[in-house]
Design a protein around this ligand. Structure first.
Ligand SMILES: O=C(O)CCC(=O)C(=O)O
Ligand SMILES: [Fe+2]
Length: 208
């Protein structure tokens, strides 16, 4: 057995083991309007690099296709879904528990997206079937390269820009999935790969 295969204990553990700030001490909430908000939690996850590498190597990445008008288009990113939280890696399950405890929403499934380069993206959308309740709380964790995350009113208007770094959470709350649209646009300059972890709750997929 080599050193790197040994379990992490002692002083080293703090540097390498992923660890979430379950006090959410850095959370900063931006009110979008009377009903919707976005919370940015910088540095929520420590050890993000290890989680990124593990997911990149171990997730069952799939190419998805999206129906747009009369065409079927290839999504410019890869996705892996964990329809049951129990099937997700332990580190993601413990993050889901921390989010459930903090936001009072029972996160019981998740999907992760891989933006391979600056040319991968996701267009303006609301999360649709996973967020049918009038008010939802949708946490998204960023890993890997920093990319812009934009949100703008569904009816049109100026967008707000967030730039989550690896380990940051961006949480959409209230009526964000109906009254607002979000996207991760392509970038002009080169960027390394990014993974986002999208936490979902069956309870939020049922209309109230
Ligand atoms: O990658 C992100 O930050 C957001 C992804 C997203 O909105 C989605 O998959 O529904
Ligand atoms: Fe989304």
């Amino acid at each position: 057995m080599t050193d790197s295969a040994l379990p992490l204990f002692g002083d080293d553990a703090g540097d390498r083991e992923p660890w979430v700030d379950d006090t959410f001490s850095t959370a900063h909430r931006v009110r979008l309007d009377a009903h919707s908000w976005v919370e940015h939690v910088p540095g929520w996850l420590a050890g993000a690099e290890q989680v990124f590498e593990d997911l990149l190597a171990s997730a069952r990445w799939e190419q998805r296709w999206r129906r747009m008008y009369d065409q079927t288009v290839r999504e410019p990113r890869l996705t892996a879904e964990y329809a049951e939280l129990l099937d997700a890696p332990e580190v993601l399950r413990s993050m889901a528990s921390a989010l459930t405890a903090h936001y009072g929403v029972s996160y019981d499934r998740l999907w992760i997206n891989l933006y391979r380069t600056h040319r991968d993206s996701t267009g303006w959308h609301g999360d649709g079937p996973s967020t049918r309740r009038r008010e939802c709380i949708v946490p998204v964790l960023s890993l890997g390269a920093a990319r812009r995350f934009l949100i703008r009113p569904t009816a049109g208007g100026a967008s707000r820009t967030f730039r989550p770094l690896a380990g940051d959470l961006v949480v959409m709350g209230g009526r964000c999935q109906v009254d607002w649209r979000h996207c991760v646009p392509k970038e002009v300059g080169p960027s390394g790969p990014r993974i986002s972890v999208n936490f979902a709750a069956t309870s939020q997929s049922r209309p109230d």
